[in-house]
Design a protein around this ligand. Structure first.
Ligand code: TRP
Length: 333
């Protein structure tokens, strides 16, 4: 990070609300990895966001640490980027309050994810769930991020973040950089192995492959993957969603193009094809799982990484928050 002044800044985060999946790997972390040498990257474990729905405290703590180990095992390099836990940098919650006072109730009411999640958690629709996008805006704006790699489902939140930033700048003068969403095209949407009409999700464990799954579990899930009643391995997401999803996964895991993969399996049955995809994922995840396990046995090392990460993140965050305090008219501390 020697020449940070000229590099553009990236911010992104994943909630520690479950295991990291093949979907989070292909759609996010793999991409984060590729960005870290070209950009000044800040990657976060967003535990404040995770508690917008009820979490088991012991599990949340364990998942935060596991997620950090997995970030590292996937190749995120603490020398090249900042890796930290959101709750360790109190400026996120502070800026979130101020931004919340510049956000309309109506804007938050229109957020698709809020509408979905408030249906899923109808017995616990908290104010935090409602203001979730404001906290996300604070995450991004604190670091003056130029670009935010996210899945398509988060595009609306990044757009709201831009609107809030623009409004704020309009009132107080230039304070925040306006961020662009960075949405990956390939492998962005990995579908459930069980039900290829749905996005791969931890709520459907048999259709979902986790980064830390044992090889036999990965093999079983691919063996049972839903395909179709034809026999040809051909990429056609409309007519053949299951096979196309498997082809995307195989292509991403093996580094071969989809066309090469189609050629490789032409004339072979789905059984052979599904086993090959499973095997490619087993091999892709093997070093990641082994390295995560090794790191998790060295808690002191992981603590050192997240402490140093929080310190570096805070240095940036404090600068932005001070400026914001001055602009809105708070008496200097
Ligand atoms: N809301 C994002 C998700 O669920 C996670 C997130 C929180 C995030 N803060 C962020 C992503 C800031 C990008 C930037 O996927």
């Amino acid at each position: 990070m020697g020449d940070t002044a000229v590099k553009k800044r990236i911010f992104s985060g994943i909630q520690p609300s479950g295991e990291l999946t093949l979907g989070s790997y292909m759609g996010a972390i793999r991409n984060w990895n590729a960005l870290q040498s070209e950009y000044d990257c800040v990657y976060c474990i967003v535990d404040l966001h995770a508690i917008t729905v009820r979490q088991d405290p012991a599990q949340l703590r364990r998942r935060c640490l596991t997620q950090l180990a997995q970030y590292l095992a996937c190749g995120l390099d603490p020398e090249k980027c900042i890796l930290f836990v959101q709750s360790h940098v109190p400026e996120h919650a502070e800026l979130s309050w101020i931004l919340g006072c510049h956000t309309q109730f109506g804007e938050l009411s229109r957020m698709t994810q809020f509408k979905q999640k408030s249906q899923q958690h109808a017995d616990n629709i908290t104010a935090g769930l409602f203001t979730y996008p404001v906290l996300m805006a604070a995450d991004i704006l604190l670091y003056q991020a130029d670009a935010v790699p996210v899945g398509a489902d988060q595009k609306q939140h990044v757009e709201l973040c831009r609107d809030i930033a623009q409004r704020f700048n309009g009132v107080y003068g230039d304070v925040f950089t306006l961020p662009e969403p960075l949405i990956p095209k390939v492998g962005a949407r990995i579908m459930s192995l069980n039900n290829p009409a749905n996005k791969m999700s931890k709520s459907d464990p048999e259709g979902c492959v986790n980064l830390l799954d044992k090889p036999e579990d990965i093999r079983r899930k691919f063996k049972r993957a839903v395909t179709d009643s034809e026999t040809s391995v051909r990429y056609d997401p409309e007519a053949k969603p299951g096979v196309s999803n498997l082809l995307s996964i195989y292509s991403a895991a093996s580094g071969k193009s989809v066309a090469e993969a189609e050629a490789e399996f032409s004339g072979q049955g789905y059984g052979v094809f599904k086993n090959a995809v499973g095997e490619a994922v087993v091999e892709l995840f093997r070093p990641i799982r082994e390295e995560s396990e090794r790191l998790l046995s060295d808690k002191a090392y992981l603590e050192g990484i997240y402490r140093q990460g929080a310190e570096r993140a805070r240095a940036v965050a404090i600068r932005t928050l001070r400026k914001v305090h001055r602009k809105v008219g708070f008496l200097s501390r």
